[in-house]
Ligand binder design. Sequence first.
Ligand code: DGL
Length: 357
Amino acid sequence: MNSRFVPILLLVLCSPVLLRADDTSEKRVANIVILATGGTIAGSGATSTTTVGYKAATVPVQALIDAVPELKKIAAVRGEQVFQIASQNMTNDYWLKLAKRANELLKQRDVDGIVVTHGTDTLEETAYFLNLVTNSDKPVVIVGAMRPSTALSADGPINLYNAVLVAGSKEAFGKGVLVCMNDQINSARDVTKTNTSTADTFKSPELGVLGYVQGDRVAFYRLPARRHTLNSEFDISGIDKLPDVEIAYGFASVSRTTVDALAAASVDGIVYAGVGDGNPSEVTEQALADARAKGILIVRSARVGNGIVARNNEVNDDKRDFVVSDTLNPQKARILLMIALTKTRDTKEIQRMFYEY
Ligand code: DGL
């Protein structure tokens, strides 16, 4: 072979964008699968002004797709109803079912990306769970709505359109699981629900959005800094039950009742949502230490919402053999600890994971 062609051949072989599955010379629309799980985006109310008192998780996935005929212009879309729940009822078992189905689809050459429609109450948790256990660089975009599909100015249809646009974009490759709502693109790791009812509820406080959708343009301005998806060490393919990890909440004059009750229930791990820098009181620190002595893994997170929970600040974590959550909020620290416990109970290894994911 003429040596002049070798560099070009290497470029083609190393560039996933040029080698997308069954690509043809002319531009083709992306093949996107919508995995529906319920929530307000699939909700319905009695009148067009019912934005409170509606019923979540009633509209099936095909009806969601049919309600946005514009989807046909931007992607070849098909839907699967994985389950149909209000997301406050999300469980570890539902997560395993969703993640395993997503991984099956992501392996398929005729699938370019996935959109998950979801209730907003636990949307950030499902997003982070999938961020840790989906093993592909193809886009996985989680979307919900704050108004039911029957409401005036329902946000679900435009959110779904934008989510499909992002899932079918080459820009979204390799950026981890994304949450796309209200024209903003947030990372699964940093996003959280910040308002009980407004359409702009999902934010990544202090750490910020990754990008925006404007018209049909998908634009990124930042990249996730932590390990995710294809670069994750976690594999749930052989797992049918996740470890039991619960959260105890800190506040002034807190007693040891909650921690003791969790320890008595022999949970595998406790995340403590401490005050300030993840601080337990003296009473609850002793309760956590007693739980640790029973072999229960302890992670100190913070109820504060932003900032780093640092090792050995006001708690001697080395002495107590506690792990700190870094910047993960309690509900996400629970997810990482749960998945970490499928691999190890070694606190040094688990602390490494909290500094890498
Ligand atoms: N029950 C809530 C849920 O399914 C409705 C909120 C929503 O989806 O916006 O998460």
